[in-house]
Design a protein around this ligand. Structure first.
Ligand code: S3P
Length: 448
């Protein structure tokens, strides 16, 4: 096998080359993959999952569920089979559950484990143990679970309750992970748990709960969206086809937009409206983005994406759009650096709590690549020039996959190559990123 098909060396370099053309099968959606494994485990019987993201983060969720007594196997043709144990059917894990780099695993599993009257200990890598857990611990405490930790961060000891109480909760932070943790805990409590979400965030948990037959209701109110779930349902297994991840497709989308004479097709990408903020914004900046063959699979809307190169103008991204594109700001920043004029990202303080402090990581990396940037607590301003930035930078990816991939995209157009110190982190969400990008003509190499 050509060793460049896999990121098996740490350093990765990207530089200018020819146009990007062809078709790309983007790996499965990360958020949907976590939820597919989790809800399949909580249903009674066997669920078959196709298109699961086979990335490190999702493997952590699978391993954690195995530790908790669920049988999960990868069958032929990458079809995963999960033997669900039903709500209340998980068993005590023998050791500490290590969730690596995965914030989604940590938050969602904390919600589930709150509903079991045994002790569990969750930990993670040097990035995950710095990320806030109080946002999930606080509501789960109100439901009756007990937590011990240093600063409300991982490592976290959870002593759940077999008699969890339902909760009515106003989400103080726009976070799909927090919302999902409460909904998953609510499945283990009798009666109805309800959440008010002032700003809408990704709704894959709600959609998949419905798909598995749970009693879940959504209502748009003056103060936000009301989500109600009835506890202790019997979830029924249904086969799941995981669509391609729009957050991963964002990297080739920006690359094909910026590299002249490119045209890239990406089939079966998830077009759930709660994930479309980036595509709306890039289109408003002047990108050529087309969605064809719109259809629905396993409760999620999907379509085939066609991107052609185009020149971009600056934009001001409104704060209320941020939750709909929260993971795409790093790569959108690369597009802004090549657009004409001053781009403003408002209300993006949440980026400081991701796999790294992404606001600072974007600002520093762009400055080192010759781009003028202004950073404040909640805002980023990028001055684009309509010509490729200087580049020539060495980016420290700080265990952050999206920072690594974003700067590799910028390196495809910058005057000088851009290198990433350690590309292994990319495996968390986008396995074989380098191989796939090379297959459409990207000049990216591992430093073998
Ligand atoms: C995710 C929600 C988002 C996102 C993360 C995945 C999910 O986090 O950044 O990559 O699957 O629920 P927050 O909910 O903390 O914003």
């Amino acid at each position: 096998m050509n060793e460049l098909n896999h990121i098996d060396k740490n350093k990765i370099i990207s530089r200018q080359g020819g146009s990007l053309t062809g078709s790309l099968i983007i790996p499965g959606d990360k958020s949907i993959s976590h939820r597919a494994l989790i809800l399949a485990s909580l249903s009674i019987g066997e669920t078959e999952i196709s298109g699961l993201l086979e990335g490190e983060d999702v493997f952590r969720t699978a391993d954690a569920l195995r530790d908790l007594g669920v049988i999960i196997v990868r069958g032929s043709n990458a079809k995963w089979k999960v033997n669900g144990v039903g709500i209340g059917g998980l068993s005590n894990s023998e050791g500490v559950i290590d969730l690596g780099n995965s914030g989604t695993s940590a938050r969602l599993l904390t919600g589930i484990l709150a509903g079991y009257g045994f002790q569990s200990i969750l930990t993670g890598d040097s990035s995950l143990i710095t990320r806030p857990m109080d946002r999930v611990i606080n509501p789960l405490r109100q439901m009756g679970a007990t937590f011990h930790s240093n600063n409300e961060k991982l490592p976290l000891t959870i002593i759940g309750s077999d008699n969890l109480m339902p909760l009515n909760y106003d989400l103080p932070v726009a976070s799909a992970q927090v919302k999902s943790a409460i909904l998953l805990a609510g499945l283990h409590a009798p009666g109805e748990t309800s959440i008010i979400e002032p700003t809408i965030t990704r709704d894959h948990t709600e959609r998949m709960l419905k798909y598995f037959g749970a009693d879940i209701q959504l209502e748009d109110k003056k103060n936000g969206r009301l989500i109600k779930v009835r506890g202790q349902p019997e979830l029924k297994p249904s086969p799941i086809l995981v669509p391609s991840d729009p957050s991963s497709a964002a990297f080739p989308t920006v690359a094909a937009t910026l590299v002249p004479d490119s045209e890239v097709i990406m089939p079966r990408v998830c077009i759930n409206p709660t994930r479309m903020g980036f595509y709306t914004t890039l289109s408003e900046m002047g990108a050529s983005i087309r969605w064809i063959n719109k259809r629905t699979e396993s409760g999620e809307p999907i379509a085939d994406l066609i991107v052609k190169s185009s020149r971009l103008n600056c934009i001001e991204v409104p704060a209320d759009r941020a939750p709909l594109m929260i993971d795409e700001f790093p790569v959108l920043a690369m597009a802004a650096a090549c657009a004409k004029g001053k781009t403003v990202f408002n209300g993006i303080g949440e980026l400081r709590h991701k796999e790294s402090d992404r606001l600072s990581a974007i600002a520093e990396g762009l400055k080192n690549s010759g781009v003028k940037v202004e950073e404040s607590e909640e805002e980023l301003i990028i001055y684009g020039d309509h010509v490729p930035p200087e580049g020539g930078s060495r980016i420290f990816s700080s265990l952050d996959h999206r920072i690594a991939m974003s700067f590799l995209v910028l390196g495809l157009v910058s005057e000088q190559p851009i290198s990433i110190d350690d590309g292994r982190t990319i495996e968390t969400s986008f396995p074989n990123f380098v191989g796939l990008m090379r297959s459409i003509g990207a000049n990216i190499i591992t430093d073998a």
